[in-house]
Structure formats: structure tokens, C-alpha cells
Ligand binder design. Structure first.
Ligand SMILES: NC(=O)c1ccc[n+]([C@@H]2O[C@H](COP(=O)([O-])OP(=O)(O)OC[C@H]3O[C@@H](n4cnc5c(N)ncnc54)[C@H](O)[C@@H]3O)[C@@H](O)[C@H]2O)c1
Length: 286
């Protein structure tokens, strides 16, 4: 992949709030929702987007995470760091009003947000309470619809939206439970949003990542087992990293994927294409 020689972002980086004039995303401005710390998938995406020349804005959920997110944002030259709990419509409106005032325009949006009550991430799915279901679906799925709706008027030159999903959306996965249901709804939302926004050349994609040890993942029981099975069953015989996710995100956020929308892109070392562990490889049944 050869980065473009020049681009609309071909202006000094000090004038572009941390953006570079070179790279797949040179001159592009994007909002990243879902950085909790440096292990976050959203941080892998943000770091790569920055390397590819993008100028970034971040949100954080609550004061405790602000202390982590603000220095990370500063490390990629971003000073736009706003509070956002995705269940709070006023905060959401304020984030986009701020972006309109500051940038007047948005090229991409990264949605990397999920939550379910801990008791709903173990045991039997059948025991999920109504309120636990509503919480998981609201935060993990509806938030994408709300964010996309708020981003649409700012994406005046087209745009790209990505959301993070997991294989548990389509295959029953131990302990993933209500989050699998929320991811199925998220993946359906990606397709419907792609149809809504396609006429404006706004593309919507899902990245289905393999297991990565993050704050959110620590809430899913059996994560250690999932990480162990991956190298034994996945064709690439390894776990994936946030850098793998960042690289695929850079493609989906850039013009390289201009003819692509509504799809779910697996970054899982190929795990999803296998029916079982190869009998000549590994030791754990998977
Ligand atoms: N880690 C994995 O194994 C894995 C695999 C596939 C998909 N994913 C998905 O990737 C995304 C990011 O998760 P992660 O693993 O990087 O963990 P993470 O804990 O680093 O990120 C989750 C983010 O969700 C945010 N969040 C939760 N509730 C919120 C709310 N009400 N308002 C605003 N933000 C809220 C948290 O603040 C956090 O930044 C999630 O959608 C997750 O389901 C993770």
C-alpha cells in the first residue's frame, strides 16, 4: 500500500491538531468513542489512524477514565477530549455541537463501546433480566444508531463509521450470553445504517475481533480459555492484537475501502472459518 503523495491534508502538522500531511487518513478528522486505556481496541485504532495522518477527537466515560484517556489523546496531538456516557442524550448532543463548532465537519466515527451487567455474562442466557437486557442493548447497540444519527449531518463529504463486534453474534459462545444478542443486533444495525447512509457516501462497517485482554473483556468469564483455544484452532495459529484491529480499521476508514459498506470484517486470525481444531494441531478441544 503506497500512501498518497499529497492530499487535502498537505498542510503543516502544527496547524492540524496532531494530524500529519502523509498517510491513508491525511487531512481526515474522526471521533473515537470507547478508549478506556492503552489496551482498548479503540486505542489501537486511534494510534493507527494518527499514524495515517488523521486528526482525532476522543470521548471518555466518567472521571476515572478521563485521567487515562486525556494523556493518551495528548500523545497523538489531540486536545478534543469530551465526556460521553452513551445513555445520556444531552452529553451526546454536546459532543457533536462541540465538533460542529470546532471542525464543522467529520470524516469518520469509531464506535468501540459495549456493556452488560456482570451477572449477565455468566451462567444461562435464559436468566437474563429485562433490565439487564435493556442495558446491554442500549449501551452496546442503540448507541451506534444514536452516534451515527448525530454524525450524519457533519459527514458532508461522505464518511466511514466502524463498530466493534464479536463472533458470539452469530455462534453461541460460552458466557457471552446477552452480549451475543446485543452484538447480533449491532451487526444488523450496521447493515440497516449502511442502507440509510449509503446515498450520502457514508459507509458503515463492523470489525469482528478475536479475543483480546481488555477491561471490557475481563467481564466475560472464560476469557483465558478463549485466548488459549485461538492459537490451537485459528488458521494463523495466534491471538490477534490491537495493532491488527488498528490496521484493518485504517483500511475501512480510508478510501482504500471506498467500494465497501455494511459488512462484518473478521480480524480473528481466521478462527471463524473453521469448524473445529485441526486434529494434528494443539491440545485443547475447540
Ligand atoms: N476485547 C475483546 O476481546 C473484544 C473482541 C471483540 C469485540 N470487542 C468489542 O470491542 C469494543 C471495545 O471493547 P474493548 O475490548 O476495547 O474494551 P474496553 O474496556 O477498553 O472498551 C470498552 C469501552 O466501552 C465504554 N463504555 C461502556 N459503557 C459506556 C457508556 N455507557 N458510555 C460510554 N462508553 C461506555 C468504556 O468506557 C470503554 O471505553 C466493545 O464493543 C467490545 O465488545 C472486544
Amino acid at each position: 500500500m503506497t500512501p498518497p503523495e499529497s492530499s487535502p491534508g498537505d498542510i503543516p502538522s502544527e496547524a492540524t491538531g496532531g494530524a500529519s500531511s502523509k498517510g491513508l487518513l491525511a487531512g481526515r478528522r474522526g471521533l473515537v468513542v470507547g478508549v478506556a486505556n492503552k489496551r482498548s481496541l479503540a486505542w489501537g485504532i486511534a494510534r493507527r489512524a494518527h499514524e495515517e495522518g488523521a486528526e482525532l477527537a476522543f470521548t471518555f466515560q466518567g472521571d476515572a477514565l478521563e485521567r487515562r484517556v486525556r494523556p493518551l489523546a495528548e500523545s497523538v496531538g489531540s486536545t478534543v477530549v469530551e465526556p460521553l456516557d452513551v445513555t445520556d442524550d444531552d452529553q451526546l448532543d454536546a459532543v457533536f455541537a462541540g465538533l460542529r463548532e470546532r471542525w464543522g465537519h467529520l470524516d469518520f466515527l469509531v464506535h468501540s463501546v459495549a456493556y452488560a451487567n456482570r451477572e449477565d455474562l455468566l451462567g444461562r442466557t435464559i436468566d437474563t433480566s429485562r433490565s439487564g437486557f435493556v442495558t446491554a442493548l442500549d449501551i452496546s447497540c442503540y448507541s451506534l444508531i444514536a452516534l451515527a444519527r448525530a454524525a450524519e449531518p457533519l459527514m458532508t463529504d461522505g464518511g466511514s463509521i466502524i463498530a466493534m463486534t464479536y463472533y458470539g453474534a452469530t455462534k453461541a459462545t460460552p458466557n457471552y450470553n446477552v452480549m451475543g444478542i446485543a452484538k447480533a443486533a449491532l451487526e444488523a444495525s450496521i447493515r440497516y445504517l449502511a442502507v440509510d447512509l449509503g446515498p450520502k457516501n457514508i459507509r458503515v462497517h463492523g470489525i469482528s475481533a478475536g479475543p483480546v485482554r481488555t477491561l471490557a473483556a475481563s467481564g466475560v468469564s472464560g476469557m483465558r480459555g478463549m485466548l488459549k483455544v485461538m492459537p490451537e484452532r485459528a488458521p494463523l495459529q495466534r491471538n490477534i492484537t490491537v495493532d491488527d484491529v488498528g490496521a484493518t480499521a485504517a483500511y475501512l476508514l480510508s478510501d482504500l475501502s471506498a467500494g465497501t459498506t455494511g459488512g462484518i470484517h473478521f480480524v480473528d486470525a481466521g478462527f471463524n472459518i473453521t469448524a473445529m481444531r485441526h486434529p494434528d494441531r494443539g491440545t485443547t478441544s475447540g
